[in-house]
Design a protein around this ligand. Structure first.
Ligand code: FAD
Length: 442
């Protein structure tokens, strides 16, 4: 437990804290480094066989660990509760993170959209930056060790119950001054983050916002979507409409992919995070793709006229040959309802207008998302109202701290999710290590 020593310079008694950190993912590792640097005795544990198991698969194994955008731009990329992050970023922002990684001997590089990666393209280097720092600070990581409960006495944290998995499972109670929960969300449960800390939080009477898969592929209703499986569209605009709001609730330009169940690709993943609430409430959402967003209505009209003039005796089934990928030509001509065998010179003005509309509004209905197994991140989690954003301490339980994806904060792709987890972890570790700092004159 806490050990006291006299700090002769500022006449404070600093009492060194013993802190249990459950979860050695991004948030837990950052919390451990921060707490250890502030003199705390750290017990870092993870149920897995290695620390940072999810970090290894981030950024397709290359780990896009942060972004060089000005920190103010981060908030626009955080989907839920961006303001909750103010204090965490004030304590440790993207630049602090890059400096820490480089000081630990890992060179970094910046790619498209300000994404920052280790120069080696090896995610393991990022984990190593933390684990090396921890071993230099004498912190041991207890692997195969699962937190199963909290010890709370007189309304305050007094320690945690853990199980060490082995041939014979051993149960222990570890006394401590503070516990930091950093067990992650529910996405990619094979990495150890399966949401097991959510019921623990609920048992303590804390509010949890319904967890849902985010940055995840979308399911669609129409039979023609699976026919497009494997087709990737670049430079299109994907739009989603809310019947209740009577307006488009998402519209983004970029790249998307058709799959056997629906849609994936960068703009679809972003949409999944942005439309989650609408989809939950409305069950189904109308969506459309503008296949030619760069062509003004006038230019597109002229283009269609030119195709008709230059190919009068072509079958209608080949109308879009110069305009669209072949898989899509087949589906779009089918959607027009026009007989495929008709010659292009027989297409009426009304039919041409319908064709033009379809090119700007290729329709589909979103019926849901894929599950947590395929979700890059979890939306929902511990309500931010339960947590003091300046310290990451749970307001109702002194000594209990939280950090990372476990909390109702999620962001878009670009290195923002890891930055949030690292920053929250660093603040939680720092705050927990100072929890019992007391002025001797008090
Ligand atoms: C495929 C994929 C790619 C991604 N790529 C990127 C990317 O490039 N950039 C980016 O910014 N974000 C990316 N993310 C998101 C990012 O990885 C997460 O947001 C981030 O890892 C969350 O950190 P965390 O520490 O909160 O949770 P996690 O990293 O999930 O760590 C939680 C840890 O807690 C442990 N744990 C859980 N319960 C217990 C328990 N009871 N006892 C002990 N230990 C426990 C788990 O084993 C796990 O190690 C990606 C996610 C996925 C799935």
């Amino acid at each position: 437990m806490a050990a006291a020593c006299r700090n002769t310079i500022c006449s404070f008694y600093i009492i060194y804290m013993k802190i249990i950190i459950a979860g050695a993912g991004a948030a837990g590792l950052a919390a451990a480094v921060s707490a250890a640097k502030n003199g705390a005795e750290v017990v870092l544990l993870d149920r897995n066989e290695k620390a940072g198991k999810k970090i290894y698969i981030t950024g397709k194994g290359r780990c896009n660990f942060t972004n060089i955008a000005p920190v103010d731009d981060f908030y626009a990329n955080i989907v839920s509760n961006p303001r909750f992050m103010y204090s965490s970023f004030a304590h440790c922002d993207n630049r602090d993170l890059i400096r820490f990684i480089e000081d630990a001997g890992v060179a970094t590089k910046v790619e498209r959209g300000g994404r920052v990666f280790p120069e080696s393209d090896h995610a393991s280097d990022i984990t190593r930056a933390f684990t090396d720092t921890l071993s230099q600070a004498g912190v041991k990581i207890h692997l195969h060790t699962r937190l199963t409960g909290l010890i709370i006495e007189d309304g305050q944290i007094a320690g945690a119950k853990v199980v060490r998995e082995g041939h014979i499972s051993e149960r222990h109670e570890i006394r401590a001054d503070a516990v930091i929960l950093a067990g992650g969300g529910l996405s990619y449960p094979s990495t150890g983050s399966d949401g097991n800390m959510i019921p623990m939080l609920e048992e303590l009477g804390l509010k949890v916002e319904r967890p849902y898969p985010a940055l995840v592929p979308l399911l669609t209703k129409e039979d023609y979507i699976p026919l497009l499986q494997g087709l990737s569209l670049k430079n299109v605009t994907f739009n989603v409409y809310s019947e209740k709001k009577k307006k488009a609730v998402f519209s983004e330009f970029g790249e998307m992919l058709f799959t056997h169940f629906g849609l994936s690709g960068p703009i679809v993943l972003s949409a999944s995070s942005r439309i989650a609430d609408f989809l939950y409430r409305e069950r189904e959402l109308k969506a459309w793709v503008d296949l030619k967003p760069h062509l003004s209505p006038e230019k597109l009209h002229n283009r269609l006229i030119r195709i008709a003039v230059e190919n009068p005796n072509r079958d209608f089934s080949h109308f879009f040959d110069e305009l669209l990928p072949s898989k899509l030509c087949h589906v779009i001509t089918g959607l027009t309802g026009i007989d495929q065998k008709r010659k292009i010179n027989s297409i009426t003005r009304q039919e041409r207008e319908k064709i033009q509309f379809l090119l700007g509004h290729f329709p589909m209905t979103i019926t849901g998302t894929r599950g947590f197994k395929e979700a890059i991140v979890t939306g929902g989690g511990l309500s931010v109202k339960e947590v003091d954003p300046k310290t990451m301490q749970v307001k109702k339980i002194p000594g209990l701290y939280v950090a990372g994806e476990l909390i109702d904060v999620d962001a878009l792709t670009g290195g923002y999710n890891l930055t949030c987890a690292f920053s929250m972890g660093a603040l939680a570790g720092y705050s927990a290590s100072r929890g019992y700092e007391r002025n001797c004159n008090e």
